[in-house]
Design a protein around this ligand. Structure first.
Ligand code: ADP
Ligand code: MG
Length: 280
């Protein structure tokens, strides 16, 4: 060994960068691993205290961890792409209170109590959009959500039951603060004959929340469950602690299409198409 080697080995301020990187990997601190050298240089230059340096690194690690967690939760949530509260036109559904929707989107009390939300309205009213947008806001607020077509989830539950794994799937679904079941009325007759949906509702009752969209408020629900008694019991549990949003409006798509043609008609004559001038 040379003299210089000896002097570095005994200098207490000398840090082995490679070894530190390995230690940070082992400790699972990827952000600190990536940032410490830049921060150390700044800290040396600007005369930060050791505590400030450490706190700055810890803050970055935590922030990055949050970001990655939300990213993971967004992926697992299977929300509808592009459906946000910002792109939802509340003027189109005057009976829906924006404040109430914002309260749902914040989470808190209703999710911790395992309360539910039922969204009713005809096809095209914006139920799926609103449900997915609330789901997105909840994920961004740190909650775990799963958006699924009801028939898809019932199918998964039925398969699990056949494989004697229903319990385990139900407890897996427990990790979601909110299950969004889109279009409950579309459950098929043969799917309804098993009571897996009822079991899901019972297991989550007063513990974990569900958001359900339907074209009909309860009218068609008898065919979703194996018999009338089960249907009544399911509805009873669902509505016990529930916010009900009724979107009694005409299809948004239809209205948007009508508005578009309306606007075309209103154009100055030299912009009007032949078809418009002859229509109606
Ligand atoms: P539903 O689930 O009630 O059948 P959707 O949520 O699928 O209706 O809405 C149909 C289409 O219209 C979607 O593309 C949706 O984004 C859009 N839409 C519906 N209502 C609104 C609204 N209030 N603001 C913006 N877009 C809307
Ligand atoms: Mg829909």
């Amino acid at each position: 060994m040379t003299d210089t080697d000896n002097s570095t080995a005994t200098d207490p301020n000398k840090v082995d960068a490679v070894k530190l990187s390995l230690m940070l990997t082992e400790l699972r601190l990827p952000s600190i691993k990536q940032l410490w050298q830049t921060f150390a240089e700044r800290s040396d230059k600007e005369g930060w205290t050791a505590a400030r340096f450490l706190a700055a690194l810890a803050e970055h690690e935590l922030a990055e961890r949050d970001r990655r967690r939300i990213q993971r939760h967004l992926q697992e949530a299977r929300l509808l792409p592009g459906k946000t509260l910002a792109s939802f036109d509340f003027n189109a559904v005057p009976m829906i209170s924006k404040a109430q929707v914002n309260a749902l989107a914040a989470g808190d009390a209703w999710l911790t109590q395992g309360a539910n939300c039922l969204i009713f309205g005809p096809p095209g009213a914006g139920k799926s959009h609103l449900a997915s947008a609330i789901g997105l806001a909840l994920v961004e607020n740190g909650y775990r959500v799963l958006f699924t077509r009801t028939t898809d989830l019932v199918q998964r539950l039925q398969v699990a039951r056949r494989e004697l794994a229903l319990e385990s799937l139900l407890s897996k679904l427990d990790r979601y603060h909110l299950l969004i079941l889109d279009d409950i009325a579309y459950v098929q007759k043969d799917q309804a004959e098993t009571s897996v949906l009822f079991e899901l509702i019972s297991v989550r009752y007063e513990r974990r929340s569900m958001m359900i969209t339907a074209n009909q408020p309860f009218g068609d629900w008898n065919k979703v469950f194996p018999d009338e008694t089960t249907a009544v019991a399911a509805v009873d549990r669902l509505v016990h602690h529930a916010t009900i949003l009724e979107m009694n409006v005409e299809s948004y798509r239809r209205r948007a299409a009508l508005e578009k043609t309306g606007r075309k008609r209103g154009r100055p004559a030299n912009f009007a198409t032949e078809k418009n001038s002859g229509s109606d």
